[in-house]
Design a protein around this ligand. Structure first.
Ligand code: ATP
Length: 366
């Protein structure tokens, strides 16, 4: 459904997306996970045709996004991180505007608008000004506009950011529902969110793809990082002796506690944490050495995420200054408008482009 090959995006000297390649099949919910600045939004903006690439290829449903943008974009519904909503309109008016921009007409347009209103459950606010809606309802309106035209792929950039816990649950449920009829790609830096909703996870860091698998498979691949932790009055030599009797321990680390005890972390490939813990406590009992605070920790997606992404040195990633953030916001709004309004965008020089847009905006307000 989506094929990304050797995609690279440079902002001046800085490479935000670095030779990224992956394939997205039809009919799953994919999580696009990465720490701040990993390149998620940049990748999504390129896939959705809102941003040019420095090199590489992206095809959507068989259409090259750079060569056949209209056909490729028809297959995608996009909710950017900042939804391009017109806050002085009602959801109904706004959806009609988007539907027309997407080329829908007459009865088919009315049918689709009613369909997305009911699917995103915004019936009760359809005639209220968007400026008066809660963030959760605005997000629903944003999803509703993405669904118009019945695209095969729905791309959602950080759809739950800024929502309260109840709104988060509601939006996650809605995304799961969408996954039944669409291929959904959801970008997030929240691990639990991806775990809760997605069937497959792409992890990106420093613009590179570092893992792509089902959450359970990723967890299994880190089985060697299951940990047994305890504090003991035994000496290191005694712990080493017990360790050699246990087998299946791949790594041991020690730390002296303030009260003269030894805090020990043992890593194991085995899933039988209980069996190992039992044997361990028996061996220390035989030696009349007390154990305190015996616990275990199974590797989870969070560990994988940390392990895989910690290699990327945050110092390599330039901080966005406030001007940059404002410029990004402007870009996102403009990209959203382009999606529905068809503005021309010369992206060969981002800085030049931004200055041009800023000047245009200033001229408009004068
Ligand atoms: N227009 C731009 N000009 C220069 N650098 C940019 C621009 N847009 C993004 N970047 C940089 O590219 C990198 C990737 O940014 P991007 O917004 O794609 O990351 P992200 O994974 O979506 O992060 P977040 O979760 O914080 O939104 C960051 O280091 C960012 O500062």
């Amino acid at each position: 459904m989506i094929s990304v090959k050797h995609l690279t995006k440079c902002y001046g000297e800085f490479t935000a997306v670095d030779d990224l390649s992956f394939e997205i099949d039809e009919g799953h919910v994919y999580g696009f996970l990465g720490p701040n600045g990993a390149g998620k939004s940049t990748t999504m903006n390129i896939i959705t045709g809102c941003l040019s690439a420095t090199s590489g290829q992206v095809t959507i449903d068989g259409h090259d996004i750079f060569e056949e943008p209209k056909e490729a974009k028809r297959a995608i519904g996009y909710l950017p991180e900042i939804p391009p909503l017109y806050t002085n309109e009602t959801p109904e008016e706004y959806l009609k505007f988007v539907a027309e921009a997407k080329g829908l007409k007459g009865k088919e347009m009315d049918r689709q608008i009613e369909g997305v209103i009911s699917q995103t459950r915004i019936q009760n606010v359809r005639k209220r000004l968007i400026s008066k809606l809660s963030k959760g309802y605005r997000q629903r309106v944003g999803i509703a506009q993405a669904l118009l035209g019945n695209p095969k792929v729905i791309i959602l950039d950080e759809p739950t950011v800024g929502l309260d816990p109840i709104q988060i649950i509601e939006i996650r449920d809605l995304i799961k529902q969408l996954g039944k009829n669409h291929t959904v790609i959801l970008s997030s830096h929240i691990l639990s969110e991806v775990q809760a909703i997605c069937e497959k996870v792409l992890i990106i860091s420093g613009g590179k793809l570092i893992a792509f698998d089902e959450p359970e498979h990723l967890e299994k691949s880190l089985a060697g990082s299951n940990e047994i932790l305890f504090t003991t009055e035994a000496t290191r030599e005694e712990v080493e002796e017990v360790k050699s009797l246990l087998g299946e321990i791949t790594e041991v680390s020690y730390r002296e506690t303030q009260d003269g005890l030894l805090s020990v972390t043992m890593k194991t490939d085995s899933d039988d944490i209980r069996g190992i813990s039992r044997k361990l406590s028996m061996e220390f009992a035989k030696r009349e050495k007390a154990l305190y605070e015996l616990t275990s920790k199974k590797a989870n997606l969070e560990d994988i995420f940390l392990e895989l992404t910690e290699a990327a040195d945050p110092a390599d990633v330039p901080e966005k200054d406030s001007e940059q953030v404002k410029a990004d916001l402007r870009d996102m709004e403009i990209s959203g408008l382009e999606e529905i309004g068809g503005l021309e965008k010369d992206e060969t020089d981002e800085e030049e482009y931004r200055n041009k847009k800023k000047q245009e905006e200033e001229e408009k307000t004068e």
